[in-house]
Design a protein around this ligand. Structure first.
Ligand code: PEP
Length: 251
């Protein structure tokens, strides 16, 4: 059975003390909430160790927002998958559209990162999604298929089973424009079909596919009610404990 998950992506927000307080508040709220889904926060590298010290990772999973595409050595400023894992984090977001767009991450780079994350025991939260022009010219199915095929579909079924997918239409990220629940479901079902063709029905049924893009407490319930939408990857609304919990409680 696949898991329902709500994951926060804090991006480049909060100082360490602010982040520790936010994580602590979410952790306290979860203790009283008995959520019907797993909950994860992905935080800046600087926050991993101090946040880990202030949360119970049995209640609130911890992840990074990126990792390097090399194992170690002369890559000034980079943080390896092994370093992330050594903080006690269990997840890493890879393939986020902001990394693809602003830092030139390609399918090949992401394939390396996914491999290194898995080697180090991290579960990748792997993002795919089309930009507005691709939505408008109808090429979005091909775009998403290529993103999955080129970075993930060489994995063994066992390794693929460790991946959490996130469909994030780029035109909906941080814009206030949410994909409608029907638009999200159309792509989620398409992704599950591709996974079925590649890895078989059981793996596809067990794969968690999150929706991301201006998800908030007011629209989460409708999105999560769709059969192939297994939760959300949340940016802006993950920065306030109450909003984030509103989305968690949508399940
Ligand atoms: C994201 O960046 O992963 C995201 C979904 O952002 P937002 O919720 O702010 O649109």
């Amino acid at each position: 059975m696949r898991k329902n998950i709500v994951a926060g992506n804090w991006k480049m927000n909060t100082t360490v003390p602010e982040g520790v307080k936010l994580a602590y508040d979410v952790n306290c709220a979860l203790k009283n909430a008995q959520p019907k889904c797993d909950v994860i926060i992905a935080v800046p590298f600087t926050h991993l160790v101090p946040v880990k010290m202030h949360i119970d990772t049995n209640i609130l999973g911890l992840g990074a927002e990126n990792c390097a595409d090399h194992t170690k050595g002369a890559f000034t400023g980079e943080v390896s998958a092994a370093m992330v894992a050594s903080t006690g984090a269990s997840y890493v977001i890879l393939g986020h559209s902001e990394r693809r767009q602003y830092y030139g991450e390609t399918a090949a780079t992401l394939k390396e990162k996914v491999g290194l994350a898995l080697e180090n025991g991290l579960k990748p939260i792997f993002c795919v999604g089309e930009v507005l022009a691709q939505r408008e010219d109808g090429s979005y199915f091909d775009v998403i298929k290529a993103q999955l095929t080129d970075s993930l579909f060489d994995l063994s079924a066992e390794d693929f089973g460790k991946i959490i997918l996130a469909y994030e239409p780029v035109w909906a990220i941080g814009t206030g424009k949410t994909a409608s629940a029907d638009q999200a479901e159309e792509i989620h079902a398409f992704i599950r079909k591709l996974v079925t063709e590649k890895y078989g029905k059981q793996v596809a049924e067990d794969t968690t596919i999150l929706y991301g893009g201006s998800c908030k407490p007011s629209n989460a319930k409708e999105l999560f009610a769709k059969p192939d939408v297994d939760g959300g990857l949340i940016g802006g609304a993950a920065l306030k404990a109450d909003d984030f919990m509103g989305i968690v409680n949508a399940f």
